[in-house]
Write a protein that binds this ligand. Structure first.
Ligand code: URA
Length: 244
């Protein structure tokens, strides 16, 4: 509480009045706005930083995509997830529903995750860009620059033990790299010390089903890293084991 904090001012005011023997509180020197501020700061719990970030993103106007989006697609899943999955940008279904990876590519992503033991709800799924580029065009550098802080903060707050980058754009953005997807795949990278595995974007797999096996191998590597760094046993895997 600083000297200028409304609570400090109110406390000083009340103490002075008490010293003067005035026990009755007279409002004349405290305006309503100050009093509201005092009551708010005294009783409102500090906002959860993740909720605060989400609230900020949901009304973001930092780039021109705010004019064409239907809604911001912040991300979804377990906020304490040990595994984060990062895609490129919302498509039309995501823009309509406000949820990441819910279209055809999303269904394939769910299947791939489950094939290595992860249920969708136990990981955290988001994109580099939180708003849909019109007509699904490629993200522009200035859009990536202005949106990247949201992803950076999401990663900081969630604190995953491993990250999967889906496709070239997500990989290059996360790793600040310019190499092609084929060069980035197959190697374990680091983002702020967190292992990052790069794989094909599920939309690319829908166009090129023959790459699916390689993507599955990438995800198996993710699962091995996840197990090595002591991630909680994924629930999808536990269910599979229980079914025998
Ligand atoms: N493609 C992406 O990169 N992200 C989505 O959320 C959907 C499709």
């Amino acid at each position: 509480m600083t000297e200028q904090d409304p609570r400090a001012l109110l406390l000083r005011y009340l103490r002075q009045r008490l010293e003067l023997g005035v026990r009755e509180w007279v409002f004349e020197r405290v305006d309503a706005a100050t009093l509201i501020e005092v009551l708010r700061s005294g009783f409102a719990p500090a906002p959860d930083p993740f909720d605060a970030l989400r609230a900020e993103a949901l009304v973001c106007t930092r780039c021109g995509l705010c004019e064409t989006r239907t809604q911001v697609v912040f991300g979804e899943g377990d906020r304490r997830a040990r595994l984060m999955v990062v895609g490129e940008a919302p498509g039309s279904e995501e823009d309509r529903t406000g949820r990441p990876f819910v279209g055809a590519a999303g269904k394939l992503l769910d299947t791939l995750l489950l094939s290595v033991g992860f249920r969708r709800e136990e990981v955290y799924i988001c994109n580099v860009l939180k708003c849909r580029p019109p007509g699904n065009r490629d993200p522009r550098p200035e859009e990536t620059r202005t949106c990247a802080p949201y992803l950076r903060r999401q990663i900081e707050l969630i604190g995953p033990r491993a990250i999967v980058a889906l496709g070239r754009f997500a990989a290059q953005t996360l790793l600040e790299a310019e190499a092609s997807l084929s060069r980035l795949r197959g190697i374990e990278h680091r983002y702020e010390g967190v292992p990052v595995i790069v794989t094909y974007h599920p939309a690319a797999l829908l166009r090129n089903p023959l790459w699916t096996r390689a993507a599955w191998e990438d995800l198996q590597r993710v699962r091995r890293i996840y197990d090595d760094v002591g991630g909680r046993p994924p629930r999808g895997a536990a269910e599979e084991a229980a079914l025998g």
